[in-house]
Design a protein. Structure first.
Length: 238
């Protein structure tokens, strides 16, 4: 959002440079493109249920726009011979994720409270938004399956990676607080609210299940425990 030109240079021009190099110098190689569910944008609004890959790409922010553009570009290059598989992953988290992301941000704050490094108050943005969350280990397994196994490539090979279940951000925070066993106050921070926020975003990954035999395996409660454990280790080592 703060550097749109840089975002377009990296996410679109950078992707084009890589794809053209692969097509020119390694035409038999597969090109696994990792897009984003952010590309769907406004298509989530008023959707009757989880979105399939056929939903229009209607991004509402710079990041989503750059990922949508690169997604369409790789799809077009597939017609010209690029052996591409495209993914549109939904929100995912796991141990090691930067605290600029919501689950890791919550977990870091909870871990700091547990270690006595901060008062028992968590600062939050919009807790009413609902997002489709996965464990990062499940997400990268989809990428590995596509890269290593002999699956079809081409313009139609685009896959949502999603759980199909929206989770309210407030419920995720409540689960982390519950795991801490501490009474923690929750305070809204206007600086953490995002513009153009979509109320509910959820994806249908039926196509990935049917074609790639992929399904999420890690329970989300385990994901949260692992993220909190990661931040507790960080807090104890500093």
């Amino acid at each position: 959002r703060n550097a749109p030109r840089h975002a377009w240079d990296v996410n679109v021009t950078g992707t084009m440079n890589l794809a053209e190099s692969v097509r020119r110098h390694a035409p038999q190689a597969k090109f696994v493109y990792v897009g984003s569910s952010e590309a769907y944008g406004a298509s989530f609004q008023g959707a009757p249920g989880p979105l399939t890959e056929n939903a229009p790409l209607r991004p509402v922010n710079v990041y989503g726009a750059t990922k949508a553009a690169a997604d369409l570009m790789i799809g077009q290059m597939s017609y010209d011979g690029l052996r591409a598989i495209r993914f549109r992953p939904f929100n995912h988290t796991g141990p090691g994720q930067s605290d600029t992301y919501v689950v890791s941000d919550f977990a870091r704050q909870v871990a700091e409270i547990m270690s006595g490094k901060r008062e028992p108050v968590i600062h939050v943005g919009n807790l009413e938004a609902e997002r489709d969350f996965l464990d990062v280990r499940d997400v990268v397994r989809a990428y590995a399956i596509a890269a290593v196994q002999d699956f079809e490539t081409g313009p139609d090979c685009v896959y949502n990676i999603a759980s199909g279940r929206p989770r309210r951000i407030r419920d995720i925070l409540d689960a982390l607080i519950s795991q801490s066993g501490i009474d923690i106050e929750v305070r809204e921070d206007p600086g953490k609210f995002r513009p153009n926020e979509i109320p509910v975003a959820c994806g249908d990954a039926s196509k990935a299940r049917e074609r790639l035999n992929w399904t999420p395996l890690v329970p989300f409660e385990q994901t949260l425990a692992d993220v909190l454990g990661y931040w507790r280790r960080i807090c104890s080592s500093h």
